[in-house]
Design a protein. Structure first.
Length: 255
């Protein structure tokens, strides 16, 4: 069935593929929800089963308070994911989701349940982040203006006052959490990291995305594709082709 996985509110399974040899756990951008990855689930099944993380504070979880600390969010996702690490899995995060995926991978590796790969998209290395980043929007007006500039959602949605009122709390919380996030130095990841970015992304310069190589003791690949911050919408075939190829190499038995 589609919907939550085993009644767990954290994961949405839009295209069940129980016989797939590997899973891909997807984490959305600031203001995003699990539905952003619905096309990914359709595209990768039945070879890969996609679990899309549903953050609190949006859609069916809109009555829950949105997370205000990315490390706490990563901790909660890692705890929820542990029972689903019975087969090889990878993490894929776009923008804010890349930070959450990285922090979750750290915790899952520490628990001996680490991913086979971390895919990060549209995000500079978290080692470059500093708490209180003044480049991050602070007011609702600034947040909406940035979303428009990045083309993160249709203008029609942002122009609908009722819809905007519904999504602003999550946007506000997410941008605040990103602004407060501060990377804590630690041991590099043991899993490989593949980083994707658009060549015209104003939020993730290629040189800054390349710095992810410092955060893994394993293989690192950088894939630069044409486009801006949401390049992966137009370049889904290339991105998912890489993901599929990487996961095809994964041994059937989890390590």
């Amino acid at each position: 069935m589609t919907g939550t996985t085993g009644g767990d509110p954290w994961f949405r399974n839009y295209r069940p593929a129980p016989d797939a040899p590997a899973r891909l756990v997807c984490l959305a951008h600031a203001g995003g929800s699990a539905t952003f990855y619905h096309p990914v689930a359709q595209a990768l099944a039945p070879d890969v089963e996609v679990l899309a993380v549903q953050y609190p504070g949006r859609q069916e979880r809109r009555h829950e308070p949105a997370a205000v600390d990315l490390e706490v969010l990563a901790e909660r996702i890692a705890e929820a994911l542990e029972p689903l690490t019975d087969k090889p899995y990878a993490l894929f995060g776009h923008s804010m989701g890349a930070i959450v995926g990285f922090e979750a991978a750290r915790r899952l590796e520490a628990a001996g349940r680490g991913p086979v790969e971390l895919f990060v998209s549209g995000r500079r290395s978290p080692a470059l982040d500093r708490a209180g980043d003044t480049s991050q929007p602070r007011t609702d007006e600034q947040v909406v203006a940035e979303i428009r500039a990045l083309n993160g959602t249709g203008d029609g949605l942002l122009d609908d006052e009722e819809m905007l009122e519904m999504i602003l709390p999550a946007l506000r919380a997410d941008y605040g959490a990103v602004r407060r996030y501060q990377y804590r130095p630690g041991a590099p990841l043991r899993c490989p990291v593949t980083a994707f970015t658009g060549d015209a992304d104003p939020k993730a310069a290629v040189a800054e995305v390349a710095r992810w190589r410092e955060l893994t003791a394993s293989r690192f690949d950088l894939r630069v594709l044409p486009g801006g911050h949401f390049f992966l919408v137009d370049r889904a075939a290339e991105v998912l082709g890489t993901v599929r190829e990487r996961l095809a190499r994964t041994p059937v038995a989890a390590s």
